[in-house]
Ligand binder design. Structure first.
Ligand code: HEM
Length: 513
């Protein structure tokens, strides 16, 4: 019979045990390796500051640390932020590491056939098409058309409204809307107008955010556990399933809208500056070839929206927060804008000339520094195809998941110097006033090697145009004491958003002379 008097011991023992662990982890930051549990208990204890805990371990262990797997997890996790290891895995020995079926299972919402989830020949094929789409001259024309339009017709009216109404606004949400509309235009040719005064429900990007939280948990717990949770349908897995439905509905809607346009002979014409991945797919355009299977289109279109929106808006949010904390940087950005755009104003369509964004060296540097400190994709995982020895001397094999932490790399004094944790845009500017280019295995925010991000230039154009238009025309006052921390997710969203008030810098004219 159950002895009710003995009942508390079932709780007291684990509590004392975890307090004990908690005390000693302060003395030694490396995780404890416990029988059966491996280092899982240590991970759970630090779950809310996961990225900082990893950074702390890696700084202490000179950039490499093996987390022994548990009986439950059944694989080892090798943490690294050592640039030599990163170069070895991502570039020099690229063909010997893959994302693998483990990765595809965790990221199943983005489809098996898409660029993100594929490896080897399938990946090569998809990447070739994606690059052809982005490098086509029509894409440049599209950018020159939609970026100024979005600022003029989307961002400025909303900011004017928020400013006139003296509203408190979640800047993260506002930036998410800006980049979501932009992402939809390049992926499908339709503008969902989520950036409008009524702040309509967004659907897709919120669904992706929910999915990203569930995917992080899938990295931390055994597959059997998250699969059981998914089958029972509760918690994060339930949210992921709902998100999946939202993304599928989004795709169905986009497809039927486009088909209707085609049937009515109303397709957007390329010579009118309209060029989108969906148009290319459906018209069998030279860049994408014959129309592929529907699943391939769904996977790549949703992945392109995710790749564009789920990264650029995160970077911009941290940028505005960092600028608010570093008035010296804000002053320098304002001065640079005034020097380059003072005569004509900035936010009128003919004046957002994308090639002129190159003049904004300090703004570019401040964005690089943001991306270094707060990489929107904070880590990458690769699995070796065969046993290998890394430049750090560590041995890995097919049973090792190698986690490369971009967030930790930014916090390594051996990589970025004693001031690595400080926001210093100046570190990105050469003595003759140009942008300093760092190798991708050191500045890992866009990945490195053959799988490096193909949208880096597009992201900088979008981020610079958005940030410049806002800072040149408005004062953004971030609410003091609002808690700012990252979400537990594979993306680096702020957990509580970024609350701010916006006011026009001058009533008439809007720009500064
Ligand atoms: C600040 C913004 C951005 C950041 C920090 C970023 C970062 C990254 C990272 C870390 C990866 C590697 C992901 C992985 O393999 O798991 C990646 C891949 C990719 N990115 Fe970006 N990205 C950004 C913006 C964009 C934009 C605007 C686009 C498209 C227009 C884009 C398109 C892609 C694509 C298609 C891939 C897959 C490449 C491949 O697997 O070969 N990204 N990006």
């Amino acid at each position: 019979m159950f002895d009710s008097l003995a009942f508390p011991q079932y709780f007291i023992f684990p509590i004392i045990f975890f307090l004990f662990l908690h005390h000693f982890r302060k003395i030694n930051p490396t995780p404890w390796n416990l029988p059966l549990l491996g280092m899982l208990a240590s991970v759970i204890l630090n779950i809310n500051q996961l990225h900082d805990k990893v950074a702390q371990i890696l700084e202490k262990t000179k950039g490499s640390f093996m987390i022994k797997g548990s009986w439950v997890a059944q694989y080892d996790m090798f943490l690294t932020s050592d640039p030599a290891n990163v170069q070895h895995i991502m570039s020099t020995n690229f063909s010997k590491y893959h994302k693998g079926s483990e990765g595809r299972k965790r990221f199943d919402i983005f489809g098996e056939t898409g660029l993100f989830n594929s490896d080897f020949d399938e990946w090569k094929h998809q990447r070739k098409l994606a690059r052809a789409f982005i490098n086509h001259q029509k894409f440049q024309q599209l950018m020159a058309k939609i970026v100024p339009e979005m600022i003029e017709r989307g961002l400025i009216p909303v900011l004017d409204h928020v400013s006139e109404e003296k509203m408190l606004v979640d800047f993260q949400d506002l930036l998410k809307r800006t980049t979501f509309d932009f992402a939809c235009l390049i992926a499908t040719g339709h503008n969902p107008n989520s950036l409008s005064v009524g702040f309509p429900e967004m659907g897709f990007p919120d669904a992706v955010d929910d999915a990203c939280e569930a995917i992080l948990i899938r990295h931390l717990v055994p597959e059997s556990l998250w699969k059981l949770q998914s089958w029972l349908g509760f918690g994060k897995e339930k949210k992921l399933a709902n998100g999946w439905r939202t993304i599928d509905q989004f795709w169905e809607k986009q497809k039927s809208m486009k088909q209707e346009e085609i049937e009515k002979g109303m397709e957007a014409k390329e010579d009118e500056g309209i060029y989108s991945l969906l148009n290319c797919y459906l018209s069998g355009h030279e860049v994408t070839g014959p129309t592929p299977a529907e699943k391939v289109m769904r996977d790549n279109i949703t992945a392109l929206i995710f790749a564009t929106e789920g990264t650029t808006s995160i970077a911009l949010t941290w940028f505005f927060w960092l600028v608010s904390k570093n008035p010296f940087a804000e002053t320098k950005i304002k001065e640079e804008l005034k020097r380059n755009f003072s005569q004509e104003g900035f936010n009128k369509p003919p004046l957002v000339r994308l090639n002129e964004l190159n003049k904004l060296v300090y703004l570019h540097a401040a964005l690089c520094e943001t991306l270094r400190l707060y990489p929107p994709v904070p880590f990458e995982i690769r699995i070796p195809l065969q046993p290998d020895v890394l430049p750090s001397g560590h041995q890995v094999n097919q049973n090792t998941h190698v986690l490369i932490s971009a967030y930790s790399m930014a916090r390594m004094t051996s990589v970025w110097g004693e001031d690595c944790r400080e926001f210093k845009p100046g570190r990105w500017i050469t003595e003759d006033g140009r942008i300093r280019h760092e190798p991708p295995h050191k500045f890992f925010s866009f990945n490195a090697g053959p799988r490096i991000c193909i949208g880096k230039d597009i992201a900088f154009t979008m981020m610079k145009a958005t940030a410049a238009s806002i800072i040149h025309n408005y004062d953004v006052q971030v609410v003091k004491n609002h808690p700012v921390t990252y979400n537990l997710s594979i993306g680096f969203r702020m957990k509580h958003g970024l609350l701010a008030r916006v006011s026009k810098r001058s009533a008439q004219p809007r720009h500064i002379n």
